[in-house]
Design a protein around this ligand. Structure first.
Ligand SMILES: [Fe+2]
Ligand SMILES: [Fe+2]
Length: 192
């Protein structure tokens, strides 16, 4: 099998999106006034959660989760899982929201297999549930709580992007043929 590589345009497009995500997250610190937060958080919800993460799960993860080589990993991937274990992002977010993480219908089949994609999906969902909670409770949360939760949200995204670029995307590229990566890219670029 002629596998795709991290240099395939699909992964370049995804990493370009990470740059946009990081610059959008940087705007949080540049928006000190409370009335600026809600529109910005709505934009972040759309860009990161509804668009980038949703497409990663629906177009990329769904394509590789049944591949038996998914458990192969690599040296950088042990870093991924160690981080995951020590941070316990899921528990931190569940403590704040007082609710178990949501599971969305398109995630169910992947999660059932307990494959390594469970971890990035859990990070997506922890971020999304936390952001939803902040947006929903914006009016009665104290400024200090909002900044504490937003700083956790940013931390989740920073570490998630680092892990994807150093581990997960490499693993994905090894599990896809160039043609499959072309097909995913075509779907990725389609407007819904
Ligand atoms: Fe992701
Ligand atoms: Fe990503």
């Amino acid at each position: 099998m002629n596998s795709a590589s991290i240099a395939h345009p699909l992964f370049q497009v995804l990493m370009e999106e990470h740059k946009k995500i990081l610059s959008k997250l940087a705007q949080i610190d540049l928006s000190p006034r409370r009335d600026q937060w809600l529109p910005l958080l709505d934009e972040i919800m759309q860009l990161i959660e509804m668009d980038h993460h949703f497409k990663e799960e629906k177009l990329l993860f769904s394509r590789i989760y049944m591949n038996p080589k998914i458990n192969a990993g690599g040296p950088m991937c042990s870093l991924f899982f160690d981080f995951h274990m020590s941070e316990k992002i899921k528990e931190q977010v569940e403590r704040i929201t007082s609710t178990p993480l949501m599971i969305e219908p398109h995630q169910e089949d992947i999660l059932k297999t307990h494959c390594p994609l469970t971890l990035p999906i859990e990070e997506h969902q922890a971020g999304k549930d936390l952001l939803k909670y902040i947006i929903k409770n914006m009016t009665h949360l104290k400024d200090k709580e909002i900044s504490q939760y937003l700083s956790l949200y940013k931390q989740i995204q920073f570490s998630h992007i680092q892990k994807e670029e150093n581990c997960l995307y490499h693993l994905c590229s090894n599990l896809l043929t160039s043609q499959e990566a072309d097909e995913i890219l075509e779907l990725w670029n389609q407007k819904e």
